[in-house]
Design a protein around this ligand. Structure first.
Ligand code: 26W
Length: 835
């Protein structure tokens, strides 16, 4: 779909120039007039703001024309609902997408400042925990680049994921006040404020037509105020929207209390409401029974659905019958699953639909993505909590369940076990609502995020539902955006690619395969190595700055960055490090290759084991880095405060990418894809998207080890880690060093729970089972790394075959197979003449 827009408006206000002269004039204007700065240099902070405003003006015009274009064409639209968006920085992204790099660099020269310094002023928008939040950000980028009318909905947390400090080797959480000093990337849209109800009770009545109706009354209402963030596509003049809701109380409410002399209560209620969008929950697996978390979930779901319906009414009037044809709602995990009963409530209670018709609309509209197989991550909310906080929604959930269980009974007559297993309400001492079941029952599509993950969902967790509705379950293997994760995080490689295969790869990543045809080109290989080396130096600089440890770019950079979790097995990585150290001490360095090992990631504040793993990495690092015997062979760091912006330096400078989770536990992984794109070789298990990465690049270009998901299940039944350790002298020695406090001289015994977990026959993560395989795969990696030419080939081929892992491919699949957005629903904004 093409659209010409801005006809009248453009005559009066032609789009702002993109040339250096105009850009510079705007930059000066913002610096001097908008920000009120004088001649004297006031620091990069103001320059950052002036630059951001200059770029933002140009986004805003495209934003408006995109909106008009969608409004004119009335395509089917998608609302992406997510409690998390890990956006990272916005300025660099906008500069690249609008092609303003040259103009801005030139303009900033008059301030004696480099663009990089200015870009570096921006704080990460860290409104997410890890993979799921970053995936949402990559998806928005791809939707805008592909021209799909997709709006992201989320919460504007005052505090994002905490800032991680390390004190005495321990993680300390510091609040992330990312909004301090303001952000130029949001525009408040007061006129689209929505009201979200909580508490109160329900009442039934019969309307004038004789219909049974329910109203939800005496509620405490909270306002949801939209803060809109522009999401620019890559050089296509499309700007989509991420609408983040901020919680507030209504003035009317507080004024009433105020007038009745209850000033204190008025302020209190203000606080209660504002709490909802105060802080992101920093847990990446489970949040148990926290009322505020449920309030967040409903706040997002209700405000967003009301918003979608308000737009419907503006475009199509009050008749909602065609709603399902024009809308899709994608639920990012079960976090916004309460959107299912909420849409039912709006349709039945507010728009007076009959149940069956409302249900048909709801199920046609909703789609649900599952992101994890860990049973403890499956969300459940106590029925009692729902009754108190969302009484009307509870009634609707019961009704949904009632209809659903009739379907189960019809499929499996007399099977009460099936009814118990599949019921949305888990019976028991404290009955709970199973949010995943609610999401599945209420959606027409349920997808996993990698082939293995989806297969395991079908065979295991969701098997009953798969039997009932085989066509609902589908796979959409994750991807990452090549703009951020190659285009601007690796300028050296970008330039080489542009020269070698043309510039199209950035929106058509499969084109990277052309590299494979040039694999024997000596010049290419040489440049490839020199780019990697420069990127390693850039990473080494960051490591030095943050940890004081010197990384040497001639050594192998062996990296594991991701949330700290037992299933991701950072512990296995540490065991290998200690094993290497032990060999160095014994003088067995014959087949070794000098390495720099980096581990980074945040631990959930209440997750003691994960926090202890961080302490262990730091202690092991301290011992090794201070031992002159190790210096030429091994250096180790824990990199504090791993975040999106750090990854932009890390992945281009990595040789070996550690993807070593217990098979069957990592749904997909997306860091693995970023490393691959940037020419790192993976050492990994057959888990998540690793399997597809290995298939794409070829088994000879991937260091595989470890049990398969199936073997993991088998092994668990009869697992004796202590015998495995005893039978392996290297492993025994590693455990001995740990158990004899060689890395905890100052605090003896602190690591006991870690070593015990490895020795525990019930260790879920089977760390000991994979130790030997891991060590062997590492030896193989070292051996190949020593052969520079072989390693270069592997590195180039990893980039060459990473095309499948572009989020453009993932989103195209969502669009075609879940959202029903064909090619004709992809937009190209055509600028009016004269720009
Ligand atoms: C209770 C709050 C909560 C629960 C679960 C927050 C976050 C989670 C997740 C498990 C989040 C998550 O990040 N999952 C990851 O999603 C990625 C994107 O699909 C996958 O690549 C990762 O494998 C998966 O762990």
């Amino acid at each position: 779909m093409k659209c010409e827009v801005d006809k009248n408006f453009d005559d009066e206000f032609p789009w702002l120039g993109m040339d250096t002269r105009t850009v510079k004039k705007d930059l000066l204007r913002h610096y001097h007039l908008t920000l009120g700065r004088g001649q004297a240099r006031c620091g990069e902070r103001y320059l950052y703001q002036a630059t951001a405003l200059t770029v933002r003006d140009r986004l805003v015009e495209r934003w408006r024309s995109t909106r008009e274009c969608y409004q004119e064409n009335k395509p089917r639209r998608v609302a992406y609902l997510s409690l998390e968006y890990l956006m990272g920085r916005a300025l660099n992204n906008a500069v690249l997408n609008l092609d303003l790099e040259h103009a801005l660099s030139q303009s900033l020269k008059s301030f004696g400042c480099a663009l990089e310094e200015v870009l570096d002023q921006e704080r990460d928008a860290g409104l997410g925990n890890g993979g799921l939040g970053r995936l949402a950000a990559c998806f928005l980028d791809s939707c805008a680049t592909l021209g799909y009318p997709v709006t992201g909905y989320g919460i504007r947390y005052d505090y994002g994921i905490f800032h991680q400090k390390i004190r005495n080797g321990y993680q300390v959480e510091v609040p992330d006040h990312w909004l301090e000093g303001g952000t130029p990337w949001e525009i408040i849209s007061l006129e689209n404020t929505r009201t979200v109800k909580f508490g109160g009770h329900t009442e039934s009545w019969v309307d004038e037509k004789g219909n049974f109706r329910v109203r939800w009354i005496s509620t405490s209402d909270v306002l949801a105020v939209p803060h809109d963030v522009p999401i620019p596509g890559y050089r296509n003049d499309i700007v989509n929207t991420l609408r983040l809701w901020k919680a507030d109380t209504s003035d009317k409410l507080s004024l009433q209390d105020f007038n009745s002399g209850e000033h204190h209560d008025a302020v209190l209620s203000q606080n209660m409401a504002a709490q909802i969008s105060m802080v992101l929950y920093p847990n990446d697996v489970s949040v148990n029974g926290k009322v505020l978390r449920l309030r967040q979930q409903y706040f997002l779901s209700s405000a967003s659905l009301q918003d979608v319906i308000a737009r419907w009414k503006r475009d199509y009037g009050n008749d909602m019958h065609g709603f399902a044809d024009k809308n899709r709602i994608q639920l990012n995990d079960t976090h916004p699953a309460v959107a299912v009963p909420e849409l039912m409530r709006l349709l039945v209670d507010v728009y007076e639909f009959g149940w069956d018709e409302a249900w048909a609309i709801t199920t046609e509209t909703m789609a649900y993505t599952n992101h994890t197989l860990l049973p403890e991550a499956l969300e459940k909310w106590p029925v009692a909590l729902f009754r108190q906080l969302l009484p009307r929604l509870l009634e609707i959930i019961y009704e949904i369940n009632h209809h659903f269980l009739k379907e189960v009974s019809a499929k499996w007559p007399g099977d009460s076990q099936k009814l118990r297993e599949m019921s949305i309400i888990e019976e028991g001492h404290e009955p709970q609502i199973r949010m995943a079941w609610l999401a599945i029952v209420g959606s027409s599509s349920v997808n996993g995020v990698a082939a293995l993950h989806t297969q395991l969902l079908k065979e295991g967790l969701f098997n009953n539902f798969y039997q009932l509705w085989p066509e609902k379950l589908n796979n959409k293997t994750n991807g990452v955006t090549p703009r951020r994760w190659l285009g601007f995080c690796n300028p050296g490689l970008k330039a080489l690619l542009d020269k070698r295969i043309g510039e199209q790869w950035i929106t058509d990543l499969k084109q990277l395969e052309q590299l494979a045809t040039q694999i024997d080109d000596k010049e290419l290989r040489k440049q490839w190595r020199s780019i990697k080396c420069a990127n390693k130096e850039r990473l080494a600089e960051m490591v030095m700055e943050r940890t004081g440890v010197r990384f040497d770019a001639s050594m192998m950079f062996d990296i594991q960055v991701k949330r700290i979790h037992e299933y991701k097995r950072q512990l296995l990585n540490v065991l290998h490090v200690v094993h290497l150290y032990q060999k160095i001490l014994k003088g067995e360095t014959g087949t070794m290759v000098p390495r720099c090992v980096l581990i980074g990631g945040k631990a959930a504040p209440g997750y003691q084991m994960a926090k202890l793993i961080i302490k262990l990495v730091n202690n092991v690092a301290a011992v090794i880095n201070n031992d002159p015997a190790a210096k030429d062979w091994l250096r180790v760091v824990f990199l504090p405060n791993y975040q999106v912006t750090a990854m932009e330096i890390i992945c281009p400078g990595t040789d070996l990418s550690e993807q070593i989770s217990t098979a069957g536990k990592e749904a997909s992984g997306t860091g693995n894809m970023k490393f691959m794109m940037n020419g790192a070789v993976t050492i990994g298990t057959l888990d998540g998207a690793n399997i597809e990465i290995r298939e794409a690049v070829g088994e000879e270009n991937f260091f595989l080890f470890g049990l398969t998901a199936e073997q993991v299940e088998e092994t668990r039944k009869d697992y004796h880690p202590s015998s495995i350790i005893a039978a392996d002298p290297d492993f025994s020695r590693v455990m001995e060093l740990l158990e004899q406090d060689c890395f905890s001289r100052e605090e003896p015994g602190i690591f006991v729970s870690l070593t015990e977990s490895i020795r525990n026959p019930h260790d879920q993560w089977l760390t000991a089972a994979d130790f030997r395989g891991f060590v062997e795969a590492q030896e193989k990696a070292a051996q190949v790394y020593a052969d520079v030419e072989r390693w270069t080939t592997m590195s180039i081929l990893n980039t060459a075959y990473s095309g499948y892992f572009s989020s453009d491919r993932t989103i195209t699949d969502y669009a075609n197979e879940i959202w029903g957005l064909g090619k004709d629903q992809q937009f190209k904004v055509k600028q009016a003449a004269g720009k």
